[in-house]
Every structure is written in C-alpha cells, then in structure tokens.
Design a protein around this ligand. Structure first.
Ligand SMILES: NC(=O)c1ccc[n+]([C@@H]2O[C@H](COP(=O)([O-])OP(=O)(O)OC[C@H]3O[C@@H](n4cnc5c(N)ncnc54)[C@H](O)[C@@H]3O)[C@@H](O)[C@H]2O)c1
Length: 363
C-alpha cells in the first residue's frame, strides 16, 4: 500500500474527484484541507538532481531506476503513489490496470503518446505533463535544421570528411524572403515564427483549432486548408501533435504542391519535422527526395525510433537527421524535471494541477 494512501484521510476515488474539482464526500469524517504529502514516487526514465531535490524537500520518497515492462505488468508500481516518466517507459492499459496503488502519472515533457490516457482516467489516475519546459530548445533545433538544410551544413561536413572541397555544389539559398509554412501554431511554432520573422521569413500556418486572432497577433497568415499552405510555402515545418487527423498529413500529394521558388529564386522545397514521427509519410518523403520534388528534408522524429539500420531515407544525401533530441538540452532537462516535480507536488496536496491532461477521462 503506497505511503500517501495510508495517510490520506479520504479514499483514492474521493481524492481524485477532489483534485478535478468535483464535490467531495469525505466518508471518514475527517478534514480534507490538510493532506499529508509523504508519497513514494518512481522516476523511471531519469531526472535532473535539482528536480529530485524539489520532490524530496517536499517530503516525498523518490525511487530512481528504469523498471522493465515485465515487472510493470507484474505490479511493480503497486507500492508507488506516483510515477514520473519521459518517453522510454510505456504506460499501457495493461500496466495501468496492474498498478493498483498509483494515483498520479507525471510525464516530464509534452507528448503523452506513451501513456494510455483513457485507461489512466478510468483507473482514477491523473496524468500530468510539463509542456513549457522544452519549447525554447525545440524552437532552436527547428531553426538549426532549417538553416542546416538551406546552407548544406551536414552535407558539406560529410563531403569535407572525404577530403573534398565542393564549393559550387554547396551553393545554398537564404531563408530571408521565403515562405515558412508551420503546421500547427502552438507554443513551439509560435517561437519558431518569432525567430524566422527576425530572419526575414514570411510566416504562414495551418491550425484548424487556432483562434484566428492568435495568428494575426503574431503576423502569421492562417490558411483554412492545409493544401493551400503547401501550395504557398517552399519551407514546411511540422509542429502539431500526432493524431489520426495528422498521421501522414505531409504526404506525396501535398509535397508535389509546393512551389519550389519564391520571388524568382529557385530555392527548392524543404521539409522539417521536430514534432512527432508519423506526421510525415517517410516512404513518400524518400521518393520525393529521389525524384527532386523535395530539395532537402530534416527530421528529429521518425515513424520508428530508433530508425532501422537499413533506412534508405537517412542515407539520402539531401537528408539529415537528429535522434529525437528536441528537448535534449541541459536547460530543458532541468526545467522539465522542476516543472513536473512542482505539478506532482500540487497533485499530491490534493489540488488540481494546471497541466492535467486527462481530465475528460477522469470526470
Ligand atoms: N522533438 C522533440 O523532442 C519534441 C519536444 C517537445 C515537443 N515536441 C512535439 O512538438 C509538437 C508541438 O508541441 P507544442 O508544445 O508546440 O504543442 P502545442 O499543443 O502548443 O501546439 C500544437 C498545435 O497543433 C495544433 N493542431 C492540432 N491538430 C492539428 C491539425 N490537425 N492540423 C494542424 N494543427 C493541429 C493545435 O491546435 C496546437 O495549436 C508536439 O507534437 C510535441 O509532442 C517534440
């Protein structure tokens, strides 16, 4: 039995209802205003020491260490009140079902595709994330990929390592004056838009859930149809979530629509994805690189990670990639740990965390 539950003056379900703001019936008759907060927290995918210190200072016990899937399935989380994961630990419906003591799942990062939100909600488990911590790091990586693409930085480096001096072949284009199409216009895309604007790019976006005034305030042209974005932009950068709607949203048909030139400059067509694998159809992308529809492609995220050894895409000379390192900076890792630690502490106090992501399944 997890420590926090021994000390909670309310049942687990009551605690959850309390946390999501629903009326609370305290069957034990005790006051719920001062909840004891000594909890056991499993941290399975690593965490910055400063963040561990935040949890411990709040009186919680932190147990660091990866837990194998087979152990998770055998109820290894029964003795914990909370678990904090990154992307390596997959919390499937079966694992959640086997984790009877758990009340809180913290995701140190944004994407919660490694957690079954519905199963967690049905089990009365809150899922909390830390969406802001890595924004700046992903913004900078995206701009890095855009610049690396149009100035052939990875390609030049590969060529120089073979003792070649291919000045002519490495002639690039400027980002300035070109149209950048951002798919999704949330936190990261808006950060990319700010930097790209300062580089002289014209900002276009497609985001069907965005209030038009948000795009307007950022000086971005909001397209109603995604095809219209592809017809306008020579540079496309993906910043939406992976959903059924966005799976293979960047596909053969749409890449063929891209104009390849702007203001008389044959700058070609460029694709960057630092959001989630699967939004870009990688087979279509490889064909588009092979037949010249797409001039360069840079991905940080892939349909299968790690990328299979025999991938033809990563071997293509006009492709360069990074191994899902969008959030992998010292600053983001510190920030993400601290952010999730604070949110988990809030939840353990019986308050509603601001980054609760599965409230619709809890209620
Ligand atoms: N590479 C990395 O390591 C890394 C790190 C952090 C975040 N990410 C990913 O980056 C992406 C963006 O993160 P964020 O923090 O900006 O998220 P966000 O929630 O702030 O923005 C996502 C935007 O996508 C929009 N969107 C949803 N469905 C859409 C659709 N069908 N078409 C177009 N837009 C749609 C939403 O309305 C929202 O504005 C996410 O996929 C996230 O998982 C990657």
């Amino acid at each position: 039995m997890p420590i926090a539950h021994n000390k909670f003056p309310m049942s687990r379900v009551e605690a959850i209802l309390h946390r999501v703001g629903l009326p609370l019936k305290n069957v034990h008759g005790g006051t719920t205003s001062e909840l004891p907060i000594m909890a056991r927290i499993a941290v399975t995918d690593g965490m910055a020491p400063a963040a561990v210190a935040v949890l411990e200072k709040a009186g919680h016990e932190v147990v660091l260490g990866y837990i194998e899937k087979s152990d998770l399935l055998s109820g290894a989380l029964d003795d914990f009140d909370a678990i904090i994961v990154r992307s390596a630990t997959k919390l499937t419906a079966e694992i959640i079902e086997a984790s009877e003591g758990l009340s809180i799942i913290g995701r140190a990062g944004v994407g919660v595709d490694n957690i079954d939100l519905q199963a967690a909600g049905s089990a009365g488990i809150m899922v909390i994330n830390a969406p802001n911590a890595s924004t700046q790091s992903v913004v900078e990586l995206t701009i890095g990929h855009l610049l690396a693409s149009v100035r052939h930085i990875p390609k030049s480096d590969r060529s120089m390592r073979q003792n070649r001096w291919e000045k002519k072949a490495m002639k690039g284009t400027e980002l300035s004056g070109k149209c950048l199409g951002l798919i999704g216009f949330g936190r990261i895309a808006q950060g990319v838009a700010k930097v790209a604007t300062s580089l002289g790019m014209e900002i276009h976006t497609y985001d069907p859930y965005l209030p038009p005034k948000v795009a307007k305030a950022q000086g971005a042209y909001l397209h109603k149809k995604v095809d219209s974005l592809f017809k306008t932009c020579t540079h496309i950068s993906v910043h939406c979530n992976l959903t059924e709607e966005t799976h293979h949203l960047v596909n053969e048909k749409r890449m063929k629509m891209m104009p390849g030139k702007k203001s008389g400059i044959d700058c070609g067509n460029h694709i960057v994805n630092c959001a989630r694998g699967g939004i870009v159809d990688e087979d279509a992308l490889l064909s588009a690189l092979e037949n010249g529809t797409i001039t360069s492609a840079a991905l940080d995220v892939f349909e299968f990670e790690p990328v299979p050894e025999n991938s033809l895409l990563i071997q293509h000379e006009n492709f360069h990639g990074t191994p899902h390192i969008g959030a992998a900076t010292l600053e983001a890792q510190d920030r993400v740990g601290i952010d999730i630690a604070h949110e988990v502490i809030i939840a353990l106090k019986g308050q509603k965390p601001s980054t609760l992501v599965n409230s619709k399944f809890l209620s």
